[in-house]
Ligand binder design. Structure first.
Ligand SMILES: [Zn+2]
Length: 144
């Protein structure tokens, strides 16, 4: 059996942190949510999938979790959240956050319909040099 080219990575959640910028696998952003409970934005990162395309776009697909989530894992298109028994929220069929980040122009734009603009704004607010550097690394890895 051929090993898969990109292995899914598991990230233990750390809701008390500001964010978890992993070299591989999902990245997590954290903030105080309703009633002072921490909520997290789990983001899958992938590059524009067209190898012939000259753009510098990174795709972010994200969904919300809260402090109870134990771990998240995933590759480029799939995401799995581990919850303690009985606390898993109902599964959602679509991504509340789908955005394109231009890693040169530093723009964040919603991708498609039904995207929550507050989550796009959250991601935009986190887009500093550190996060940009990480997205550029991911882009290079994906386009290799
Ligand atoms: Zn492209």
């Amino acid at each position: 059996m051929r090993p898969r080219r990109r292995h899914p990575s598991r990230v233990e959640t750390d809701p008390g942190s500001r964010r978890q910028l992993t070299a591989r696998g999902p990245i997590l952003l954290w903030r105080d949510g309703t009633a002072g409970r921490r909520e997290g934005l789990v983001c899958l990162v992938s590059a524009c999938p067209n190898p012939a395309c000259g753009c510098r776009d990174v795709w972010i697909d994200g969904l919300l979790i809260d402090y109870r989530a134990i771990a998240v894992s995933g590759g480029e298109r799939r995401l799995r959240v581990s919850w303690p028994a009985g606390s898993a929220p109902p599964a959602t069929r679509s991504w509340p956050l789908r955005a394109t980040v231009d890693i040169d122009k530093r723009t964040v734009t919603p991708r498609g319909d039904g995207v929550r603009t507050d989550l796009v704004e959250w991601l935009s607010g986190e887009l500093d040099e550190q996060l940009l550097a990480l997205l550029r690394e991911r882009f290079q890895l994906a386009k290799r």
